[in-house]
Design a binder for this molecule. Structure first.
Ligand code: CO8
Length: 382
């Protein structure tokens, strides 16, 4: 392959962007609201609890949340509804089809930053992928709405591989460029989670926060000037392994379910301990195998931008890969501020921690989550 042909089929990440919703919610605020709900519930059911017909609900605690997850804070589109112990669900006013949807709106904000950083204009793109865990509606695709708002030609589609959606979308974008189907791809990850979270569930009420990230992936031949943000995508690897340990039942058959099941089906549920035990080795071995396939070792990697679900998971993955403790420069953490932002986690870690790379240095973006699913992307600074 001559140089020009290879540059036309080589994919480069040239810009990332983000948008964070306006309302910060601290552990203290979440726990106060949760514990008010618990007090009211236990009071209302005190007779049944005394008779042993119902179990008293235990309180949540800030200390537990920090110790078990490393999370201190998260952001949501609304906090009054979430923190109201009689509601515990965000207030998000319904929008008519004539108005931009919430997911498209947050995606456009993140996309505009990524497009600016990449030094491009919307007219230069020919593909949009919206990749995330949450879906505001089934169709028309959010990506097509984003495409319309930004004025992008070509094709757009949505995909969902839960928390791994961003890395899976990177592989699709790279393959589209390699196959000649696209010249420049915009990937957006509009995670709007408030409606799927059960804020009355002690095990999961603290886990998630909302965010949107965006990535510009384009042909290397498009690169005209050196940029602190441009990284060659050396390789991608994906893995899935079916598990019910993280599940959201909501879908087109929900109206046919018995009422109590239909009601519960909207919520995220997980067996956190099992997920922790099973996904940690899965992610570490996929990364290790991916690097080996590229004749690399973890020691060749300057930085791992890992999925941001749990601080201890990331610590263990890095210890397994490097055979020693990692530093915050080797594996930056953003979940303390943003919590688990689904598909956005590893992209946020990249977005805030990549401008110190020198040409030739390597980094690795990895996400893992429901499915189970794991993705790995090797990036080389150009
Ligand atoms: N406050 C106080 N105590 C608590 C609380 C609480 N809030 N919650 C649990 N406890 C207690 C338990 O009752 C238990 O008590 P005991 O020992 O007396 O039985 C004790 O604390 C320990 O509980 P756990 O075993 O559950 O605690 P862990 O140490 O396992 O920590 C975590 C729980 C933090 C959830 C941890 O297991 C974890 O982070 N696991 C990995 C989770 C993960 O990575 N999930 C991936 C999800 S991302 C994805 O792909 C899905 C995307 C979908 C997004 C859409 C969202 C809407």
């Amino acid at each position: 392959m001559n140089n020009i042909t290879s540059e036309m089929t080589t994919a480069v990440l040239t810009g990332t962007g983000h948008s964070i919703p306006p309302y910060a919610v601290s552990n203290e605020e979440l726990v106060t609201s949760f514990n008010q709900y618990v007090t009211t519930y236990n009071k209302e059911h005190q007779e049944a609890i005394r008779r042993g017909e119902k179990e008293a609900l235990p309180e949540s605690s800030v200390e537990f949340i920090v110790k078990a997850s490393g999370i201190h804070n998260r952001y949501f589109l609304d906090k009054t509804g979430i923190l109201d112990p009689t509601r515990m669900c965000p207030h998000i006013p319904f929008r008519t089809p004539e108005e931009p949807s919430i997911q498209a709106e947050v995606a456009v904000k993140a996309a505009q930053e990524a497009i600016r950083i990449a030094g491009k204009t919307p007219g230069e793109f020919d593909m949009v992928i919206s990749a995330c865990s949450t879906t505001q509606r089934n169709y028309p695709a959010i990506s097509i709405e984003v495409q319309k708002i930004l004025g992008i030609a070509g094709a757009a589609f949505d995909m969902n591989v839960a928390c791994s959606s961003a890395t899976f979308a990177v592989q699709l974008a790279v393959d589209s460029i390699r196959g000649g189907h696209a010249k420049a791809v915009l990937v957006v990850n509009p995670e709007v989670m408030g409606g799927n979270l059960n804020f009355r569930d002690r095990e999961s009420h603290f886990i998630f926060g909302e965010a949107c990230t965006a990535m510009v992936i384009e042909r290397k031949v498009n690169l005209t000037a050196p940029s602190p943000h441009a990284f060659l995508i050396q390789g991608t690897r994906l893995l899935t392994d079916f598990s019910n340990n993280i599940r959201n039942e909501f879908g087109c058959l929900t109206p046919t379910y018995p009422k109590d099941i239909a009601q519960k089906s909207q919520f995220f549920t997980q067996n956190g301990k099992k997920v922790f035990k099973e996904v940690t080795p899965l992610a570490a071995s996929l990364i290790q195998n991916h690097l080996e396939a590229h004749h690399l070792t973890p020691k060749d990697i300057k930085r791992f931008w890992l999925h941001q679900a749990n601080l201890h998971m990331n610590t263990l993955i890095i210890r397994k890969l490097l055979e020693r403790e990692g530093t915050s420069e080797e594996a930056p953490i953003v979940l303390d501020r943003f919590a688990n932002t689904g598909a956005c986690g590893s992209v946020l870690a990249f977005h805030f921690h990549h401008t110190d790379f020198k040409p030739g240095e390597l980094g690795l973006l990895s996400s893992f989550g429901a499915g189970y699913s794991v993705g790995s992307v090797i990036l080389e600074k150009v």
